[in-house]
Design a protein around this ligand. Sequence first.
Ligand SMILES: [Zn+2]
Length: 100
Amino acid sequence: MVNEAYIRVWQKIDIELMKKHMIISGDPAGDCSNCREIGINISNTKICPNCGVEFKYMATRLQNNPSQAARMAAKRSDLIMVDLSDYKEALARENAKKIF
Ligand SMILES: [Zn+2]
């Protein structure tokens, strides 16, 4: 416990797959990245009530810092925590590739 810290880690990922299984948390509810359903309970919802995808990743619109990451991880140890700006940048790069 003494040596635990929250840091962002570089990982190769299928961004479309991540988008499909991402819940983005606001305060207090979250939304599904796959179908944009809003008002989802972020503390215990495993499956999107609208489109039925299983949530595997979570990002937050709240503060972008280690203590916020720790709070999210404590709330949802079943999900992989992702930095929202990293996620959005990767998605934008992928979308730009599709255009050209
Ligand atoms: Zn959905």
